[in-house]
Design a protein around this ligand. Structure first.
Ligand code: ADE
Ligand code: ZN
Length: 340
């Protein structure tokens, strides 16, 4: 059965937000624990996760984050998130988290980090999934705050913190305004990635590479509007971490079947892409479902899927010898699963 095989395939997940990985039942339990009123009517827990644009999605994302307060909360949501990754074949996860969403309610960065790392270490022990962490700058808060944010990340640097991300609503601030914050990250040895081209123009994708020095792009769909730059990034083999279900909620590409869906156009242009789930319970998806949609809707073949998985290893922020070993071992394992 193809679906079972897709679930079993070894995978990386490089575009996943902890705050978007809290299932609705856990969210309600945490809200009750802290006496937080949820200002939305709902019958079933999953009704809370209903929106059809980025701004509405981000409002609920912030609400969920508000219910995560103490170290146990962060332990719980991280453990649940990475366990679900392991269930869907993820062997290695680079996990975004959103400190600003908790700092604004007086939760300390130390508490957030301690809880996340404890939960992730337990998931690694119990489920064998390895991980690194990416604190993400909330671009809506502007460039000055972003510099302070990177300063904070560097002041509390732990081995598990591998890089920085940039997310939230792209219409607020284009990437180039964060040049100083990203330069500071570079100076401190952090890797860099950025959400661009989800709702913003192709120039945002270009500037994230050329001005911010990002090593990969999260989403990046609007690059299809600039064929010359798209061809350039294909040649340069810049990795794009795409998320099929997200496109049906936050972008203009709602129909995964359409021949001109951005992910199909990007792949046909030779862009290097890999498959992710972004905010799985919030988007009523999981990593296996994203792979299924790539086959059933976007019409990629199993050999394409193998390429996307190996692209994920290439783009991971790991040493070359680990990546070489995984490429060879996972390749053999994927061939075995496909042939079974
Ligand atoms: N944070 C979580 N998911 C996001 C998305 N799809 N775009 C921007 N910020 C996000
Ligand atoms: Zn994202």
């Amino acid at each position: 059965m193809l679906y079972e095989k897709l679930k079993m395939l070894p995978k990386t997940e490089l575009h996943l937000h902890l705050g978007g990985s809290v299932n609705a039942k856990t969210f309600i339990e945490l809200a009750n624990k802290h006496g937080l009123h949820i200002p939305v009517e709902y019958e079933e827990p999953d009704d809370l996760y209903d929106y059809d644009n980025l701004a509405d999605f981000l409002k609920v994302y912030s609400l969920i984050s508000q219910a995560c307060i103490d170290k146990d909360d962060f332990h719980r949501i991280t453990y649940e998130c990475l366990s679900r990754c392991a269930e869907h074949g993820a062997r290695y996860v680079e996990l975004f988290f959103s400190p600003e969403e908790h700092l604004k309610y007086g939760v300390s960065y130390q508490t957030i980090l301690d809880g996340i790392i404890a939960g992730a270490d337990d998931a690694e022990k119990d489920r064998g999934v390895t991980y690194q962490l990416i604190p993400a700058i909330n671009r809506e808060l502007g460039p000055e705050r972003a510099i302070q944010f990177v300063d904070m990340v560097c002041a509390y640097k732990r081995d598990d913190i591998i890089g920085i991300g940039l997310d939230f609503d792209e219409t607020a601030n284009p990437p180039q305004v964060f040049e100083a914050a990203f330069n500071l990250a570079t100076k401190n040895g952090l890797h860099k990635t950025s959400h661009e081209g989800e709702v913003g123009p192709a120039s945002n994708v270009v500037n994230s590479i050329d001005v911010l020095g990002c090593e990969r792009v999260d989403h990046g769909y609007h690059i299809v509007d600039d064929v010359q730059q798209m061809n350039r990034f294909a040649q340069e083999q810049i990795l794009f971490t795409v998320c099929p279900v997200t496109t049906t909620v936050t972008t203009k590409w709602r129909d995964l079947d359409a021949e001109d869906h951005a992910i199909r156009v990007m792949a046909d242009a030779g862009l290097k892409i890999m498959i992710n789930s972004d905010d799985p319970p919030m988007l009523h998806t999981d990593l296996t479902n994203e792979y299924i949609l790539m086959v059933d809707k976007l019409k990629f073949g199993i050999e394409d899927i193998k390429t996307f998985i190996l692209n994920g290893i290439d783009g991971a922020w790991l040493d070359e010898s680990t990546k070489r070993q995984w490429r060879s071992e996972w390749s053999a394992e994927i061939d075995r699963i496909i042939l079974e």
